[in-house]
Design a protein around this ligand. Structure first.
Ligand SMILES: Nc1ncnc2c1ncn2[C@@H]1O[C@H](COP(=O)(O)OP(=O)(O)OP(=O)(O)O)[C@@H](O)[C@H]1O
Ligand SMILES: [Mg+2]
Length: 245
């Protein structure tokens, strides 16, 4: 509730979405929400529809039923570039780094169409370089020459250039060494500290429980469990049921 007693709409509200790829019915009524500044984990085994949920929120696929609201406004049928301008950042599973562009050029690509002045671009660049010193060191190096962890940082940094209210992060620690995993965790914490909301898709359960305030667990295209992260343990029966091997 706000100070005036009116209920505040969550930043992102996903209500009963059904998403198809051609004839394949992938999401069967996914419902979840993310509050302003909140870190929310989305867990589930391979193929349950986690990435499809993020793609549907981001307008890269459109649901056949259900809706997506941003701060209470209907955004279900908007295309991805409009959602990016409205404050939704997206870091896909495959990172989509431009391998031949330098680190700086990769970071600027997000701003090309946004009508941002050169001075403001420089300010934003300096800000993300302060967050990611390793990217500052490698600013003139081609994106494709970075390590996997550095490419993940570059992808997150690029999303930050648009100053999003929320970032949809798809398996940011997949395939990374433990040292890089803990750096990604620190970045999530730093963004949280700045009031940026995060919807964190992960298969790393300990990291997700540590970094999130709430978690949703998906199975077969739907959310099956929802809990405060502090109420779940890595060896919880619910975790074993939906995520155990
Ligand atoms: N472009 C596509 N066309 C057809 N089917 C797809 C497409 N993308 C994903 N799928 C299918 O949709 C289902 C859900 O995929 P999705 O990528 O959302 O799962 P996920 O939970 O992100 O899995 P992972 O943990 O492996 O990343 C899978 O069965 C997958 O094969
Ligand atoms: Mg996925």
């Amino acid at each position: 509730m706000s100070s005036t007693g009116t209920p505040i709409a969550p930043l992102i509200q996903v209500e009963g979405i059904h998403t198809f790829y051609g004839k394949s019915h992938i999401l069967h009524g996914v419902t979840l929400h993310v509050g302003a500044g909140e870190v929310v984990g989305l867990l589930g085994r391979n193929g349950v529809g986690k990435s499809t949920t993020l793609k549907t929120i981001m307008g890269l696929v459109h649901p056949s039923q259900g809706q997506v609201l941003l701060a209470g406004q209907q955004v279900t049928d908007l295309p991805a570039h409009k959602l990016a301008r409205l404050g939704i950042g997206y870091v896909p599973e495959d990172r989509r780094i431009f391998r031949l562009l330098t680190v700086s050029e990769n970071l600027r690509t997000g701003l090309d169409r946004a009508g941002v002045t050169e001075a403001r671009k420089q300010e934003l660049l300096d800000k993300v370089f302060a967050y990611f010193p390793v990217l500052a060191e490698r600013r003139s190096q081609a994106g494709g020459t970075l390590s996997g962890g550095e490419q993940q940082m570059l992808a997150i940094a690029r999303a930050m250039m648009l100053e999003p209210k929320i970032i949809l992060l798809d398996e940011p620690t997949e395939g990374l060494m433990p040292r890089m995993v803990s750096q990604i965790r620190q970045i999530v914490e730093a963004l949280h500290g700045e009031g940026v909301a995060i919807l964190l898709v992960e298969q790393n359960v300990p990291l997700t429980l540590a970094a999130s305030q709430r978690v949703y667990i998906m199975e077969k295209g739907a959310v099956r469990h929802h809990a405060a992260a502090s109420d779940l343990k890595v060896d919880d029966p619910v975790i074993r049921q939906y995520l155990g091997v």
